[in-house]
Design a protein around this ligand. Structure first.
Ligand SMILES: [Zn+2]
Length: 229
């Protein structure tokens, strides 16, 4: 009889310890995802012919991606409202919370504003002696990001695979460039141009909640795919 009570007590204690420890373990194991809504504040990004601003669309998409990723991910935004944040400030925030992935969101059309194409950019990592603005060499552009170049490419591949499923775009391209948002970032980084806001039909779509949810859903699935590798 006494033995039975002790067993029950041990089980009860174990149960309460499980309840107390489990949330902490759960929280610690959640991947830290940094979403970077491009532009903000006085930096409006591109402006569509109906007046839609890139900074508003990128924030709407980022908030929806966070919503869709749900509680299994620790999602942080480099800005939560319409305010200006420097590129350096965005990277510092990502590093300060030990981000495991940084995804910068834009809708300005990337390298091809004439067509409605989705463009994914990652930091270039070859040994060619590129010298960019300000005289920075290739290594200078990467600046601390070099150990994450391979993962950045994998992230770009996951993004491309997921984004190719979207209807109404003229394809998805991945381009390696000297990418400022990856400079100094101690995590995989990609920048995605989700189409072209100055394309009139696209601008209308980007003001529709349904389309924002669709874009966010694809990005969320790419992020899930990256962490499932
Ligand atoms: Zn932009």
């Amino acid at each position: 009889m006494v033995k039975c009570r002790c067993s029950t007590l041990v089980l009860n204690v174990a149960f309460w310890i499980f309840l107390l420890v489990q949330p902490a373990a759960f929280a610690a194991s959640r991947p830290v995802v940094i979403l970077d809504p491009g532009h903000g504040g006085v930096d409006t990004g591109v402006k569509g012919s109906y007046g839609t601003l890139e900074k508003d669309v990128t924030l709407a998409v980022a908030l929806e991606v966070r919503h869709q990723l749900g509680p299994l991910y620790d999602v942080r935004l480099t800005r939560e409202s319409d305010r200006a944040v420097s590129l350096t400030g965005r990277v510092e925030r990502a590093n300060s919370v030990a981000g495991e992935l940084l995804l910068s969101l834009h809708v300005g059309g990337g390298l091809s504003r004439e067509v409605n194409r989705i463009a994914v950019f990652v930091q270039r990592g070859d040994q060619r002696s590129f010298v960019g603005a300000g005289g920075l060499t290739e290594e200078g552009w990467a600046s601390g990001h070099a150990p994450y170049l391979q993962e950045s490419r994998e992230l770009a591949t996951d993004l491309k695979r997921a984004l190719m499923g979207l209807q109404g775009y003229d394809g998805v391209g991945v381009t390696r460039v000297p990418l400022m948002i990856s400079r100094g970032a101690r995590m995989p980084v990609a920048l995605v141009e989700l189409g072209n806001l100055v394309h009139p039909r696209q601008e209308r779509r980007m003001t529709e909640a349904r389309h924002i949810r669709r874009l966010a859903s694809v990005l969320a699935s790419a992020i899930e795919g990256f962490f499932a590798r």
